[in-house]
Design a protein around this ligand. Structure first.
Ligand SMILES: [Zn+2]
Ligand SMILES: [Zn+2]
Length: 267
């Protein structure tokens, strides 16, 4: 009986969230924050987590209160092999890769928790396209587990284009970066840089065209002279988006730019 009532409350909250999502689509056009939708989602998720029995998010096996069951946890494609310190692609003995030596990117280092592979791709996909914000906190915790010993001055989530934000209702990079910023005792620099124009989704383009597509997509007017910036994103594929953002940050005087990404596409 109690569980039925709780489930009904959660369903009602999810309905409110969807309705707010519609409002947020309009609101984004006049620069409202998308926080209200996220707040409701978080509330319903928290209620569900506290009051309903929790099973593994991926396979529904008992998880003893954990986000994943032990078997799914073990199956995650953790990136443990030696890799290029600049772009995180696997290399012998962890030396810099040929591409980074030949044409050094604007960013100085990349830290990635996982290969972009099953089942991390499922968690990221459900976060982005099914509004499963519970995944964001789990992925953030995985990122926190691999943070470098140094700490940054600024943590910047990759900005989403306004049109994409209004369609999705939230920016997954902000959701992943927020717990990380809290862990580092820093305020998240949500608006340090903005996406000043919509671009075709990078995933829809051949690798060679991605750098051209993203060129001049970001703007940053802040003086960040001498600062170390961590850019947070969910997936790094070719690195074109992160490289363009790093280019802008360096133009504004950033001393060092490091990427912290949940997953790195390796193939
Ligand atoms: Zn499982
Ligand atoms: Zn490299």
């Amino acid at each position: 009986m109690v569980l039925t009532v709780v489930a009904a409350v959660i369903t009602a909250l999810d309905t409110i969230q969807r309705k707010l999502g519609i409002l947020v689509e309009g609101a984004a056009l006049v620069n409202f924050d998308y926080i209200s939708e996220v707040a409701v989602t978080t509330l319903s998720t928290r209620l569900a987590n506290i009051l309903l029995p929790r099973d593994c998010y991926l396979c529904d096996a008992p998880s003893d209160g954990g986000f994943l069951c032990p078997a799914c946890e073990l199956s995650l494609p953790r990136l443990t092999e030696p890799r290029c310190p600049i772009c995180a692609l696997p290399t012998p003995q962890g030396s810099a890769c040929g591409a980074c030596l030949k044409a050094p990117p604007h960013y100085d280092a990349t830290h990635a928790a996982f290969r972009y592979d099953f089942p991390i791709d499922v968690l990221i996909h459900t976060l982005k396209y099914q509004y499963r914000l519970a995944s964001a906190n789990y992925l953030a915790q995985q990122l926190i587990a691999i943070v470098p010993e140094s700490s940054p001055d600024i943590i910047l989530p990759v900005p989403l284009a306004p049109a994409r934000l209004s369609t999705r209702g939230f920016n997954q990079s902000i959701e992943i970066a927020q717990p990380l910023a809290k862990h580092m005792n820093l305020r998240l620099a949500r608006s340090l840089a903005v996406r000043c124009r919509d671009t075709a989704p990078q995933v829809s383009l051949p690798r060679k065209e991605r750098a051209k597509n993203i060129r001049h997509a970001f703007e940053c007017n802040a003086d960040i002279g001498g600062k170390c910036v961590w850019i947070v994103d969910d997936v790094m594929t070719t690195g074109a988006t992160l490289n363009e953002l790093a280019r802008i940050l360096k133009l504004q005087g950033a001393d060092r730019v490091e990427n912290l990404v949940v997953a790195r596409a390796v193939s």
